[in-house]
Design a protein around this ligand. Structure first.
Ligand code: NDP
Length: 246
């Protein structure tokens, strides 16, 4: 039977590429979308036209109860989750001087609490079955910090503390936990940045002098999800064109 891979935020730029890659490799791919997402049906239809039979469930990853209900529904309808990709995330950038509690809390809940909320209901099943993969999508800015991103960088750095600690706890049970820290990837979110800002401010920071491709991150996710990656755990893998080396 095909392994079940759950990609949170799979209808976003990076998540979609991950869904497509994992489906091509034979996984049963399930994704989540925000309860307020009005384009979910259209996305599923477009994907179906392209030959991808994705399942999708509404879920506010920032909300514990919503996450539990989502996982329960997936397990009931499809089966246990073998691979969890915590990909859903948001930014609410502003300097610390202007950062209010609302934007702090929203980013922490969506980017960090979500990792607890989604991992909690699947992790025991993985260890019981003796196989599992948890892949957390962080960011280069969680590694190096970024102006205007105290909230985002804190949440993304926190993800990796979670990764390392859980990796230790489940290492003997066939479950690996890893972080991927992408640099600037050419998703719609990044392509919405004004072209002159991209050309003059962002690309010059990247030794490869280009944005990453969502497919390049998806390829790394696929490797971490594979049996070949069984000995790789607790790592934070940078994929950033050389922008930041730690
Ligand atoms: P997108 O904005 O395209 O996608 C983000 C996804 O997160 C959306 O599908 C959205 O779902 C989902 N999401 C947001 N809030 C919630 C919520 N409360 N509950 C459920 N789902 C939610 O961004 P990207 O694809 O570019 O980014 C994906 C991940 O990669 C993020 O974690 C981001 O921080 C990280 N990243 C991205 C980089 C880049 O250059 N693009 C660089 C480094 C890291 P919906 O559409 O249904 O609202």
């Amino acid at each position: 039977m095909a392994r079940v891979a759950l990609v949170t935020g799979g209808m976003g730029g990076l998540g979609e590429a991950v869904c497509i890659k994992l489906a091509a490799l034979g996984y049963q791919v399930v994704t989540t979308y925000s309860p307020g997402n009005t384009k979910a049906k259209d996305w599923l239809a477009t994907m179906k036209e392209q030959g991808f039979n994705f399942k999708a469930y509404p879920c506010d990853v920032a909300d514990f109860d919503s996450a539990q209900a989502c996982i329960a529904a997936i397990q009931h309808d499809i089966g246990p989750v073998d691979v969890l990709i915590n990909n859903a995330g948001i930014t609410r950038d502003t300097t610390f001087k202007k950062m209010d509690k609302t934007n702090w809390d929203l980013v922490m809940k969506t980017n960090l609490d979500s990792v607890f909320n989604m991992t909690k209901p699947v992790c025991d099943g993985m260890t019981d079955r003796g196989w599992g993969r948890i892949i957390n999508i962080s960011s280069v800015n969680g590694q190096k910090g970024a102006f205007g991103q105290t909230n985002y960088a804190a949440a993304k750095a926190g993800m990796h503390g979670f990764t390392k600690s859980l990796a230790l706890e489940v290492a003997r049970k066939g479950v690996t936990v890893n972080t991927i820290s992408p640099g600037y990837i050419g998703t719609k979110m990044v392509m919405a940045i004004a072209p002159e800002v991209l050309e003059t401010k962002i690309i010059p920071q990247i030794p490869m002098a280009r944005l990453g491709k969502p497919e390049e991150v998806a390829g790394l996710v696929a490797y971490l999800a594979s049996d070949e990656a069984a000995f790789l755990t607790g790592a934070n893998i940078a994929i950033n064109g050389g922008q930041h080396m730690s």
